[in-house]
Design a binder for this molecule. Structure first.
Ligand code: NAG
Ligand code: NAG
Ligand code: NAG
Length: 421
């Protein structure tokens, strides 16, 4: 009917409404000959793949002798990760999907038929078969791992970490298992990270996980008080990349009064267009006023015009992935700072070299000793000299010279030597 009539806007609207309301209502009149029953024996099973369940069913027994009609199934299941119902149609009698093992599993199945048995129209069973499987309530409440996060460090290795709940018994042993589609079964962490003797994370080499595939992680565990409550997480590791800090920065002052900062992409596995950069620029003017700004760029260089006069410019760089390449990203750590200074090196900035200081002190001490000796010698000479006038004159002259020498002691050894002779 709908295929032959020209569709006016109002008619198509009605059809849409009917389709959404349920095909059965529209099509029941055509093929009321036999009851289209929903599938039977709807089952889910977990072959140890952290919630990636196999759903199986059988055709309704009332359709076993119906050969001239094509039978399909409509499967609907609650996807706990998206918090939505997912629906699909298949001619097979099995389907696998990811469920959150800590939540209830809800699955519904309809039978669809099309062919001579239904007058050529697609019919869906009025009822569905439903399966609700309660989540196993395993583990002591409040003992689950907390703050589970994974970081794909520079696209070289993945590090997942978690913390313990306050209620986790002290003697607990936590385990991490993971699974993705290429694996037959969940696999345990290849290398645990220990902090203060207890497992707090897992280190994966680059090849133990795959990119662009949902990976399911489970942290469970046991204790003397019983099993710990397991925690599940699903993520794709390419959305958790943390680039390495930039190591090679080069700052050059051009003759045109410009500063050019160049750096290198630390993530060799990534094309340049996948990275975005943030440059922090700290500028100290001639008056000592410090200003800071950040510049975002897609290039691995930055040119900054400066007066190159009495100022100091410092830079550091960090990177993250572009949203063109991944959905989510983490900032790298900041690089080391590189600076260019045109400021006159002020006196306080000059750190005194310890070696010359020692030499100066030694010279001063020696000179002081010499002066003391000279004074002592002068006094002695004064005492032994009977000729008073000349003697006293000489002595005062000597003393004057000595005082002079003492005053000039820092200017050099020569003065002191002269004084003693
Ligand atoms: C299917 O056909 C067989 C033999 O033709 C018959 O014995 C059986 O009862 C039929 N089953 C149903 C559900 O009609
Ligand atoms: C659908 O289920 C209801 C109640 O479970 C039942 O009364 C009704 O007959 C069923 N309809 C069909 C077409 O089997
Ligand atoms: C943790 O989970 C794995 C994978 O499902 C399972 O084999 C193991 O027995 C669990 N361990 C505990 C202590 O529950």
């Amino acid at each position: 009917m709908a295929s032959t009539s020209p569709l006016t806007p109002s008619f198509s609207l009605m059809l849409l409404f009917l389709t959404r309301g349920g095909l059965t209502g529209l099509l029941l009149t055509h093929a009321a000959q036999f009851a289209l029953d929903p599938p039977e024996d709807l089952k889910v099973s977990d072959p140890g793949r952290l919630g990636y369940l196999d759903i199986t069913w059988s055709p309704p027994s009332s359709l076993v002798n119906v050969t001239q009609c094509q039978i399909q199934y409509q499967l609907e299941y609650f996807n706990p990760f998206g918090n939505t119902w997912a629906a699909l149609r298949t001619t097979r009698k099995t389907y696998s999907a990811q469920f959150d093992p800590s939540k209830d599993v809800m699955v519904r199945a309809y039978t669809l038929a099309k062919g001579p048995c239904t007058d050529g129209v697609l019919r869906r069973s009025e009822n569905y078969t439903e399966l609700i499987q309660k989540a196993p309530s395993t583990g002591i409440a409040g003992t689950e791992a907390k703050e589970f996060t994974c970081m794909f460090q520079n696209m070289e290795r993945v590090e997942c970490t978690w913390t313990r709940s306050l209620r986790t018994p002290a003697d607990s042993q936590q385990n991490l298992f993971f699974w993705y589609k290429a694996l037959e079964q969940a696999v345990e962490c290849p290398k645990y990270i220990l902090s203060a003797g207890v497992r707090s994370g897992c280190l994966f080499s680059r090849n133990s996980l795959v990119e662009f595939s949902d990976i399911i992680f489970c942290v469970n565990g046991s204790s003397s008080e019983g099993p710990l409550k397991p925690v599940f997480a699903s993520l794709q590791i390419q959305n958790h990349i943390k680039p390495a800090a930039t190591e090679k920065l080069d700052l050059q002052a051009g003759s045109d009064g410009q500063l050019e900062l160049l750096w290198e992409n630390p993530v060799t596995r990534l094309p340049g267009y996948c990275l975005e950069w943030e440059v922090e620029h700290i500028h100290e003017g001639p008056d000592g006023k410090i200003t800071m700004r950040t510049v975002e760029t897609k290039e691995t260089k930055l040119t900054v015009p400066t007066t190159l006069h009495m100022e100091r410019n410092c830079f550091q760089v960090r990177s993250k992935l572009s949203t063109y390449c991944v959905d989510e990203t983490l900032w790298s750590d900041w690089s080391n700072e590189v600076c260019h200074s045109e400021k006159e090196e002020a006196a306080p900035e000059l750190k005194p070299d310890p070696a010359p200081v020692c030499i100066y002190v030694a010279i001063a001490v020696i000179a002081l000793l010499i002066v003391c000796l000279s004074v002592w010698a002068a006094i002695k000479m004064k005492k032994t000299e009977p000729e008073k006038k000349l003697g006293s004159r000489l002595a005062s002259l000597f003393a004057k010279t000595s005082t002079y020498a003492a005053g000039k002691v820092f200017s050099g050894k020569q003065t002191c030597t002269d004084a003693i002779i």
